[in-house]
Design a protein around this ligand. Structure first.
Ligand code: GDP
Ligand code: MG
Length: 398
């Protein structure tokens, strides 16, 4: 069975999960990069989408070198003929499947339920067709694709008709180049107006496929297909790694309250400016072991950077937690504990210090709470940073 990530098989997903569970970031990243080497062979699903009658089925036939009447060709016509998403193998790119989709806005495929009806998540990237200027449906679709972190291109079809009409109607001033430029600018403008930044539009006629922007489109696809695959692989990584890292985090978390109690109970080092006494060696050791477990300690990061030909500073640049990249020493732990005690808690501590017997108990309680929150926060930050570092390590060099 194919995994829900399209491009990685279930076995591969399991393998990456296992590597993350057992090992550190470096082991897991090495495993993922082995798969990235085979990415050329990964399957890719391209959806041809757009409104009804824009030429989707004709496009699918044309790129497969077929006319519309051959056996095995997609059905085309002036009335909507595509009833459900239909897969066709791409003739040139092995492992690429082109999906002919029903039109948006046809009776069974209303715009608001369109994406669900065509099993949107199945596709890795999208070609949105329009035979006129791009409209709201196209723009909404593009935005939904963008929200899924997937890519799309626009194709303006039937430019032969525009040229023909212009030639008939404006015999004297007709200039092919001008008409094409006008169409292109018009398309780009309507997409920009709709909020699409840097839209890429190819002008095509499926009756004369090799004319107009066909070669540019081919070249672009050829250049970008491996990148697309890599991108798709990488965007699925958080889906795989986050649950695993979350499990790791939970496992540590169950121990935090014990550590915090211990720390508060031990109460040997009074922190200056904080009337609470706690043994800061305990949270300090805990933080160090979290860093090691998630592979975010200096040594692991260096090894990771080395393996993937990156600079340590590059990996560190995606770490959001200000604490993770700092050396864990007494000073840092004290600063963190102090910053955790604010407003109300400060007052309680002050009150506590005036009531000796009760005071030590409350002080213990505060120290427990402060330590607990600090360690929990740190653990959450470290798990999220681990995913970011993993993705960064695997990013292709620019
Ligand atoms: N002139 C012209 N007609 C086209 C072109 N592409 C498709 N058509 C015609 O437009 C109609 C709708 O095409 P079809 O592929 O069924 O559209 P779909 O609904 O998007 O799948 C058919 O009559 C096609 O022959 C094109 O590039 N130029
Ligand atoms: Mg069709």
């Amino acid at each position: 069975m194919a995994s829900s990530f399209n491009i990685i098989s279930n076995e591969e997903v399991q393998d990456i999960r296992a590597a993350l569970e057992e090992g550190d970031l470096c082991t897991a990243t090495e495993r993922v990069s082995e798969y990235l080497k085979d990415i050329e062979n990964a399957p890719l699903n391209i959806a041809i989408t757009g409104e009804s009658g824009t030429g989707k089925s004709t496009f699918v036939n044309a790129i497969r070198g077929m006319d519309d009447e051959e056996e095995g060709s997609a059905k085309t016509g002036v009335v909507e003929t595509t009833e459900k998403p239909t897969p066709y193998l791409h003739p040139q790119y092995t492992n690429v499947t082109v999906w002919d989709l029903p039109g948006i806005g046809t009776p069974n495929f209303a715009p608001d339920s369109y994406l669900q009806s065509v099993h949107f998540s199945r596709y890795d990237f999208f070609i949105i067709l329009s035979s006129e200027r791009f409209k709201k449906n196209d723009i909404d679709l593009a935005k939904a694709i963008q929200a899924m972190n997937k890519k799309f291109y626009f194709v303006r079809s039937k430019v032969d008709s525009d040229l023909y009409a212009s030639q008939v109607r404006r015999k004297k001033t007709f200039n092919e180049e001008n008409v094409l430029n006008e169409i292109r600018n018009n398309c780009i403008q309507s997409l920009r107006d709709g909020g699409i930044t840097k839209p890429q539009v190819f002008l095509l006629s499926f009756l004369e496929l090799d004319k107009f922007d066909f070669q540019i489109m081919q070249d672009t696809l050829e250049k970008e297909l491996p990148e697309h695959k890599r991108h798709i692989f990488l965007i699925s990584l958080p889906n795989i790694s986050l649950p695993v890292l979350e499990k790791k985090r939970q496992a540590f978390k169950t121990d935090i309250w014990k550590l915090s109690l211990l720390s508060a109970g031990a109460a040997v080092v009074p922190i200056p400016g904080l009337s609470v006494a706690c043994d800061i060696r305990i949270p300090m050791n805990a933080m160090t072991s979290y860093k090691n477990a998630f592979g975010l300690d200096e040594k692991s990061l260096e090894k990771l950077a080395d393996t993937f030909g990156k600079d340590v500073s590059e990996l560190k640049s995606v770490i959001k937690s200000p604490t993770v990249t700092k050396e864990i020493n007494e000073e840092l732990v004290i600063t963190l504990l102090k910053s955790g005690v604010t407003g109300g808690l400060m007052f309680v501590e002050y009150a506590a210090s005036n009531i000796p017997l009760l005071g030590s108990l409350i002080a213990g309680g505060i120290s427990f709470g402060t330590t607990y929150c600090m360690l929990s926060d740190f653990l959450t930050e470290i798990a999220e940073d681990a995913v970011r570092v993993l993705m960064k390590a695997l990013e292709s060099p620019v």
